[in-house]
Design a binder for this molecule. Structure first.
Ligand code: ZN
Length: 305
């Protein structure tokens, strides 16, 4: 089964294709600045430069396709690029000379429009981010080993009110978010609003479940009360019987006592249904409470003697 993270990413790739009009008629909604901001994210968080060669390695073909498209269209149409299969690691986009260094320095001082910053976060998420299935827990993280790149991402996220924490696992440093509301904000920010809504729905579902559980517990408590209530009535009736007082009481109370003693464990409502007489719950309860009252009165008087 596909992970939650890969579903979010697949959706974001689809959205990016659509926004850029890749594969269909040209329809560029991204401004050149925004395209460069996205490229900056991919280069900052995913590319590696070795011996003058820049490689962007990922298992995700979509990311390579979008990156290649943006590079040729918005950065340098004459750039020669190739794709290399890398066993177990997916594919690498191989770029000549010092493309990484060049692109990062070209975009370092650029002025971001408001959408640039959003697309930078989307680019970062697609390059190095993961988000846990909210059914299993709340966790979103960006793996960024390079401290300068990490600081840049931390600041951008913070500018959207997303305060990340740092965590180091086996030498890999990540920025992460754990609060569900913040993860929802992050998903919305990258453009995956529908997943953010899905998370909110799940939270609502959870809280409704909680309510149902609470109600269940409440019903259990009521049941206990019913049983306890019935027991105090039963011991009162026993007392009245043992002291030959029951037969001295009015007929309706005697029949109520008989009814209760025949069915000691059922609720008042069920007891009414079993009565030959037409009885309401409160009417029957009134009679049973009268029995309790007579019994305790008799007990008190018996103790005085
Ligand atoms: Zn822009």
């Amino acid at each position: 089964m596909e992970s939650f993270s890969s579903l979010v990413k697949a959706y974001l790739y689809e959205k990016t294709y659509e926004e850029l009009g890749i594969g269909e008629r040209e329809r560029v909604k991204w401004k050149p600045c925004c395209a460069r901001a996205f490229l900056r994210a991919v280069f900052l968080f995913l590319s590696v430069e070795e011996n003058g060669i820049t490689r962007i390695t990922t298992k995700n073909q979509d990311l390579l396709e979008i990156t290649a498209y943006l590079l040729l269209r918005e950065y340098d149409p004459s750039l020669s690029l190739s794709v290399q299969k890398i066993p177990r690691k997916g594919s690498a986009l191989v770029l000549p000379q010092n493309t990484r260094r060049q692109l990062l320095s070209d975009t370092e001082e650029m002025e971001y429009c408001s959408r640039c910053r959003i697309l930078l976060v989307r680019g970062a998420f697609l390059s190095c981010g993961t988000v846990t299935d909210p059914k299993k827990g709340y966790h979103a993280s960006f793996r960024v080993p390079d401290p300068r790149a990490r600081e840049e991402l931390r600041e951008i996220l913070l500018s959207f009110g997303l305060e990340t924490k740092e965590q180091n696992l086996k030498g890999d440093t990540s920025l992460y978010l754990k609060e569900s509301g913040k993860i929802e904000d992050l998903l919305s920010l990258t453009g995956a609003e529908r997943f953010s809504l899905q998370m909110m729905d799940q939270k609502i579902e959870k809280s409704i479940r909680g309510d149902i559980n609470r109600r269940q517990n409440f019903d259990d408590a009521n049941l206990k009360k019913t049983v306890n209530g019935a027991q105090s009535v039963i011991s009162a009736i026993r007392y009245l019987e043992e002291n030959d007082l029951l037969e001295t009481l009015p007929e309706p109370l005697q029949s109520a006592a008989k009814l209760r003693m025949s069915y000691p464990e059922i609720s008042l409502k069920e007891l009414c249904q079993r009565s030959e007489e037409e009885l309401t719950k409160s009417g029957l309860n009134h009679r049973l409470q009268k029995l309790v009252h007579y019994a305790s009165k008799a007990k008190r008087e018996g103790e005085k003697k």
